[in-house]
Design a protein around this ligand. Sequence first.
Ligand code: FAD
Length: 400
Amino acid sequence: MPQRVSQRFSVVVVGAGPAGLTVGNILRAAGVDCLVLEAGTREFIERRPRAGVIEEWAVRGLERRGLARNLLERAQAHTECEFRFDGARYRFGYTGLTGRHHFICPQQFLVTDLVREYADVRGGEIRFGVRDVGPHGLESGRPSVSYTCPGSGERRVVEVGFVAGCDGARGVSRAALPPDRVRVARHDYGVGRLALLAEAPPSSDRVVFGMHPRGFAGHMARSPEVTRYYLQCPPGDAPENWPHERVWTELRERLGAVGAPPLKEGRLIERRVLDMHGYVVEPMAHGRLFLAGDAAHLTAPVAAMGLNLALHDAFLLGDGLVARLTKGDDAGLSGYSATCLARAWDYQEFSEWLAEMYHGTASGDPYRAGAALARLRRPFDSPVAAAAFAEQYLGARTGG
Ligand code: FAD
């Protein structure tokens, strides 16, 4: 297929997830021309269910950039979570300790709002369904991005000032970093998680974590009609091993506790096994390419943090690009990688700490199980430990 330089943009954003669309919106608000390239269709990205728990600083960051109007109208504010272990319930009120709360909003609602604002309100350019996206010449003065158009199969080349690699864990941007200049640190949690979406109202008005010798279970509201559940399973397990009856039997058992209301059961509309692993790419930038979100760091869904980290990166990258492109101010971009990595590592460490608390009880190792229970009891015995846990759980320590 012929290749031709079709256009020039100050910024090409690869990937229309929360990170890419937030960067695009910040650029458009400042009048910077940019192009978003997305492999999926608009319908696909607007329906893909994933995260639901958003930290307050992240919502305020969206609000400051005019991107949270619908979210604030629709999202529930959560002020506490609940731990269930040894057959008992332990409510943990984090808002009372920090003055902050969590927002609950399905990720696809946020993505729908962000894409509408970017494309329909702020007039941003976006191509859906593109294939074979490839950044080139990132160390040169004239970088470009090539891609194949859906339908026609025409190969296009766009000249670009900067590339924002926001294409998630399976994208192409990360691979464009020269291997001898980056370090990828990986961690495998050694467990699997069955991620479920049930067509059923939440069974509690808070997030519930069940630590049980049979394995971890989690309950998280998504909307009045849909609830996310998690069940620990062996790594690499097949979703087909988890028919409806087995799922609900395990959830009832692992989330059972004295005085706990019965689970509201419903049809399972999503059932996938997640690999519980994480990685961090250092540095997050090379030449004219800047990675953001899951493209740069993956946090296993232990502590509900990946979307929050993606938004943190996007705020800094969007603001840094605007400062550079409109005022010639390089400070934001030059400090970008180090600032984002500090938060990414902070969240990685908390995920690892939390994972041991969630999964130690089912490890089969009495030492790990005993230590996990001690870790679980600590915030309920010590106000200092409780305050520290609340701060970390809300991502509140490092501000926004
Ligand atoms: P993505 O959302 O993955 O977006 C990347 C985009 O790039 C996609 O639209 C993709 O189609 C596109 N793309 C990929 N490759 C290419 C390519 N080659 N060319 C062009 N486009 C491409 N996080 C939380 O903070 N709270 C939670 O409660 C939470 N719950 C979760 C539950 C589950 C089951 C899962 C799987 C994740 C959860 N997360 C949560 C993590 C969160 O969903 C991710 O961290 C978040 O989506 C990252 O956003 P992103 O924009 O970096 O990447």
